[in-house]
Write a protein that binds this ligand. Sequence first.
Ligand code: RB5
Length: 151
Amino acid sequence: MRWYAGSDHAGFALKRHLVEVLRSLGDEVNDLGTEGEATVDYPDFGAAVGRAVASARNPALGLIICGTGVGISIAANKVPGVRCALCTEAFTATAARAHNDANVIAIGARVIGAGVAEACVRAFRDTGFEGGRHARRVAKLNTLDDAARGA
Ligand code: RB5
């Protein structure tokens, strides 16, 4: 699986850890920053990952992290084609993929520890979209994207 990852300063250390976890599983991760603990603005990184995932030629997933996960998930969800889920435990991460076909996972580095964050990312990575009745609902989400694009 191909991933795009991004964080602000608050999420930097956890992002570095989770990127290593994904690479150790054989995934390809393009880290879009930030590069250290100097203060930056989370919308820049949420938007960058969102745009990369939404415009990827082949299916890709996104991993974004800030202090709470809230700001960076809001930014990513402004990008049409992004379905970003803020997760604090693995059940939500699993359901976000199975039911919502979420393509970006957001984590709050000041909210959960590295072990729980890793469980969330592994659940997200290892779960596929169930389709069926969920496909109708995701199609309605896509209609909202079309409206946002002015299509
Ligand atoms: C940065 O201090 C913090 O506001 C940010 O990481 C995030 O929690 C915003 O939602």
